[in-house]
Design a protein around this ligand. Structure first.
Ligand SMILES: O=c1ccn([C@@H]2O[C@H](COP(=O)(O)OP(=O)(O)O[C@H]3OC[C@@H](O)[C@H](O)[C@H]3O)[C@@H](O)[C@H]2O)c(=O)[nH]1
Length: 358
């Protein structure tokens, strides 16, 4: 807000800052952090909720439409006094301090199933969450994706790379959707709360703070609680009793991050001082054939590896440069693929009721 002064410059108008809720400062009410997690019933979301709930000062609200997530993932928190679960597809009116915005189908088979819904989730969903963040002054973190790099021509990918995305391809509902979501995040950040005078000098507007944003570009993630029907490669190569389907040519690469490492990176980003975008992923790079061979070696030595047809626009290589995450967040992944795969397999066997192979 600004007004014209006698010398023609815009001056900031004095307006008292919003006073914090009296309850927050009361000695009987600990200053809890109220955190919204969209997509919190999903694979990464539910692990994030577990970690946030471990802190007794946090109250967690999950908003999910259960398209790919499941209440089952949050079983242990349902009914907890610091936890709330909302079934939602529409704009949301809540008072929160932080928003982790994860909601979006992430497996290619799911996001390509209803591409219009996918892009709407990324564009309209992110706009709604930014509107909420702005209204209540919450810090918002977007889980963007390594798919913003498309079929990358730079390897490994660092955050300064603009990507190589087919804007009209079958994956673009997700890739371009996330790219727009990133744009919205930075536009809100730049636009809101900044007032310039006529000489283009910045005038601080402490009562209307800049929307605080955090953008994580997350790379392929795996671990317990992935949807049984997820269809992503780490899930598929663990289909008990089924051949391991490797999509041709099998030389394409991915880098797989265990879910607990991912959650740790997201929380560090949220709590830190950097907007990002920051790559969160494990730089250990494998071809899909190497992945299948590793599963064969660790989990089922008799399983057949079958080469099947690939899908359009499949990125040929992907590996995060995590220099920024290391330097700015003090983060790097701890769990190697060889250690994480058996943990994931154990979870799948338990959920499917399948005995361990001798
Ligand atoms: O059964 C399968 C499935 C997939 N694949 C191959 O495995 C590779 C990885 O495919 P996935 O379906 O697991 O996931 P993608 O890497 O293509 O996309 C993922 O990227 C990062 C995230 O943001 C998303 O989770 C997702 O879009 C691809 O090269 C694919 O061709 C197989 O070889 N066999």
């Amino acid at each position: 807000m600004s007004k014209e002064s006698s010398n023609g410059n815009h001056q900031s108008v004095s307006k008292p800052p919003p006073s914090p809720s009296p309850l927050r400062n009361s000695k009987f009410f600990q200053s809890n952090m109220r955190i919204l997690v969209t997509g919190g019933a999903g694979f990464i979301g539910s692990h994030l909720v577990d970690r946030l709930m471990e802190n007794e000062k946090n109250e967690v609200i999950v908003a999910d439409n259960y398209f790919t997530g499941s209440k089952d993932n949050l079983r242990k928190w349902i009914g907890h006094p610091r936890f709330e679960l909302i079934h939602i597809t529409e704009p949301l009116l809540v008072e929160v301090d932080q928003i982790y915005h994860l909601a979006c189908p992430a497996s290619p088979i799911f996001y390509k199933y209803n591409p219009v819904k996918t892009i709407k989730t990324n564009v309209i969903g992110t706009l709604n969450m930014l509107g909420l963040a702005k209204r209540v002054g919450a810090r918002i973190l977007l889980t963007s994706t390594s798919e913003v790099y498309g079929d990358p021509l730079v390897h490994p990918q660092d955050e300064s790379y603009w990507g190589n995305v087919n804007p009209i391809g079958v994956r673009s509902c997700y890739d371009e959707g996330k790219r727009v979501a990133e744009t919205l995040m930075f536009d809100y950040h730049r636009q809101h709360g900044i007032v310039f005078n006529v000489n283009s000098h910045f005038v601080s507007t402490w009562w209307d703070p800049i929307t605080e944003i955090r953008v994580a570009r997350i790379f392929n993630t795996y671990g317990p609680r992935m949807n049984i029907d997820d269809g992503r490669v780490v899930r598929r190569v663990q289909d008990v009793g089924e051949p391991l389907t490797v999509q041709a040519p099998g030389t394409q690469t991915r880098s797989f991050c265990y879910v607990s490492d991912m959650v740790d990176g997201l929380i560090r980003l949220m709590e830190g001082e950097n907007t990002g975008p920051i790559n969160i992923g494990n730089p250990g790079e494998f071809t899909m054939l190497e992945l299948a061979e590793t599963v064969k070696e660790l989990i089922d030595s008799e399983v057949e590896i079958k080469i099947v047809e690939n899908t359009p626009d499949d990125p040929r290589q992907r590996k995060p440069d995590i220099t920024k995450a290391k330097e700015l967040l003090g983060w790097e992944p701890q769990i190697k693929l060889r250690d994480g795969l058996p943990l994931m397999e154990e979870d799948f066997r338990q959920r499917l009721g399948v005995p361990k192979k001798k």
